[in-house]
Design a protein around this ligand. Structure first.
Ligand SMILES: [Zn+2]
Length: 301
């Protein structure tokens, strides 16, 4: 009986700590505060950037920066139009291309976007380069705006801790909380071996990714060719971190094929033509603040 007693307050906490992912309407657990996630993420991002090799390829950096800025602007426009303006203050966008042969990219909570050179190499320099890059970055920004890191940290707390610790967690920050937040987001010493997101999170990020790419004026169909390339590249070897182990490429592609026409119909009218980056253009910075495209007038149904 004693063992069961803690379930009651716990159930109350869980109920009180549920929030909703606005783009999909899914309910999510939210036991970790925004400020804790943001500060843990910033710390981990800064330590990653200290050891990462920032690309010196100005043309390639300009390509990444251009697409990432447009996706960031689409995310901000979406948050604005849907009334989530309080979340806007959490984003201080940064865009980076780092020299790393792995097929990976990420967007930290708070908007720190990194694309690995290996991913850009896989995409290649064809006519659909920016569209495919938009699918990658849109997916990663999707994890961030749907607060998947926060949700995973919350799930981890719930799974691994008892009510006494939960009480402390909900009551305020602690060193333990910081550790759990970092671990749950696959950060810290585990960097480069990111914990895979769950199947549910991956599919949700795929969906948000095609919405953001569409709002930003890119062709969402490129998400399909991107996954086909990823699948071909992974061959029989271990899956790339970006790809995660699940869901399978087949499942992702069939979901994308189902969702893309709907997303294009719903958000396509709002999109802005995406100018291709000239590969000769010089990038002088990898850091930028993105102006919010307010009042673009797209309808969120
Ligand atoms: Zn993902």
């Amino acid at each position: 009986m004693k063992k069961l007693l803690w379930i009651l307050p716990l159930a109350g906490i869980v109920f009180a700590a549920c929030s909703t992912v606005s783009m999909t309407g899914r309910k999510q657990l939210n036991l970790v505060s925004e400020s804790e996630i943001l500060s843990a993420s910033l710390t981990e991002y800064q330590s990653y950037m200290k050891t990462a090799k920032v690309s010196t390829d100005a043309a390639a950096t300009a390509v990444v920066k251009n697409v990432a800025e447009r996706i960031a602007a689409a995310a901000e426009a979406y948050l604005t139009v849907t009334g989530q303006t309080a979340d806007l203050q959490n984003y201080a966008w940064e865009f980076n291309l780092t020299e790393d042969p792995n097929l990976n990219a990420f967007c930290m909570p708070g908007g720190k976007i990194v694309v690995y050179s290996g991913m850009l190499k896989l995409i290649g320099n064809g006519a659909d380069r920016d569209d495919e890059l938009a699918a990658v970055i849109g997916h990663e920004v999707g994890h961030a705006i749907a607060k998947h890191g926060q949700e995973r940290a919350s799930q981890q707390m719930l799974a691994s801790m008892g009510s006494s610790v939960l009480g402390a967690v909900v009551g305020g920050a602690s060193a333990e909380t910081q550790q759990i937040v970092a671990t749950a987001y696959g950060m810290g010493t585990q960097y480069g071996a990111l914990l895979p997101f769950s199947r549910k999170h991956e599919l949700e990020a795929d969906y948000i990714g095609i919405v953001l790419a569409t709002i930003a004026g890119y062709d969402a169909n490129a998400a399909i060719t991107l996954w086909q390339k990823m699948e071909a590249a992974s061959g029989g070897s271990a899956p790339a971190p970006f790809m995660s182990t699940h869901p399978s490429s087949t499942k992702r592609i069939s979901e994308l094929q189902k969702n893309i026409p709907k997303v294009k119909a719903e958000y396509g009218a709002a999109s802005q033509p995406a100018a291709k980056t000239s590969t000769t253009k010089k990038a002088t910075t990898t850091k930028s603040s993105t102006s919010t495209k307010k009042g673009t007038g797209f309808k969120i149904g």
